[in-house]
Design a protein around this ligand. Sequence first.
Ligand SMILES: CC(C)(COP(=O)(O)OP(=O)(O)OC[C@H]1O[C@@H](n2cnc3c(N)ncnc32)[C@H](O)[C@@H]1OP(=O)(O)O)[C@@H](O)C(=O)NCCC(=O)NCCS
Length: 419
Amino acid sequence: MIRPESKPGIEVRGAESDVELRAANDLMAKTQLPNYWDSLGWLESAGKVWAGVDRRHTRVALMDGKMVGALRLLPLLLRIGRARLNAVGVGWVSTAATHRNRGVCNALMCDALDYAEMHRCPFSLLYGVPGLYHRYGYTTMLPEYSVVVKSSAVSKNSAAWFLIRPVTKDDIPALMQIHNAHEARASCSIVRTAAHYRGQFVSSAPKTPYWCDWDSAKAILDTSGALAAYFMPQKASDELHIKELGVTGRLSCEALLHAAMTMARDADLGSVRFHVPPYHPFAWYLQEVDSVHEARHFGNREGMVALTELSVCLKAMLPEWSHRLEQNGLESCQAECTLVVGKESFRVVLDDSGLSVNKGPGRNRLVLSEQEFLRLLVGYSHVEDILARKAPRMRGNDYKFALALFPKRKPFIWPIDHF
Ligand SMILES: CC(C)(COP(=O)(O)OP(=O)(O)OC[C@H]1O[C@@H](n2cnc3c(N)ncnc32)[C@H](O)[C@@H]1OP(=O)(O)O)[C@@H](O)C(=O)NCCC(=O)NCCS
């Protein structure tokens, strides 16, 4: 991706001292109003302990030695099926009100992308204001999903077998296990480690829709005392949000629904909005009650990803692609697809020696922009549509091969993993 030129006179580097870090946090919190104290609280507590983050991940922009902008980088690991891809999250992009429209944000973004390339991360991820980040190669691909259930739609009679108590840090192994069990179907979702959970437990954000609030989360126990389900509620003026949840089976779905509806009724709220993706068993369960299942897509804003290292990205996909070929009974076929992305060309070949990715020209060319490639890779686009437009003559095993590599998926990042 050809990036805009950085203007001279702006230096960007990592924060060099705790004093500088505090000044950067203050600048970022001030530009990300409406709530200065919530923003500062996150930056100084949760943001600080996010797994793998240190002081230098806060990047500052200086003009004549004065700090005029800042942003926060976050090392992330994303999943696409069995593949694991490193990404650099970019958050809190801020220019002091006195220095806007002079190229400060531009310099910070170029530095952030350099950082991703230098660390050989295939992706960079951010949540963007409208119409800004496409300049730097980012493309929108992360819809929001939720299911709304009216309080009146569910009977007050309880499934009496469960107990509810607050979630605690001791639950982290069980929370991880429950969460991971259903994320194999996800695309782009953040791989949570125990350190990631420990970081999230440090700060609570009961008022901010996307931030974590384990202090208010509830554990639902089965008759043996084991964690069967959990949920993280947040009250708004008109509905109860459940911004994170996990279940272990059908009875636990029933228990979770009942617990959330009871909480909404007790708070005089007419409905519950479960922020759950369509691949999750709780969303499947909710298809059996009166409910509205929403997908909210965005144009050139919100969850956006940029491609920073194509070759690393393609190599990281091999475990997932091999698995997909086996699932589709194609592992002993001969097939080829050549991905021409921007100025680079890679052959993805299946032959007697297995699946491989090699730089260079080849057969069955799929010529894509970086943005088209990303949306295809994560399963946001439909491969049949791309093939019809870009490779209308592809046939037989080569066509089946391309279908197997790029299935339709649901890219999704859980609300509490936003940053
Ligand atoms: C958004 C913000 C970071 C832009 O900073 P800036 O230093 O003024 O931006 P730059 O001068 O580097 O401009 C870079 C490009 O983005 C464009 N741009 C600037 N602000 C923009 C905005 N709010 N929306 C869309 N485009 C914008 C500029 O026109 C310029 O485009 P060009 O290269 O085609 O001329 C700054 O206005 C800010 O801090 N806003 C408040 C916090 C915020 O909303 N942050 C974004 C969080 S995702």
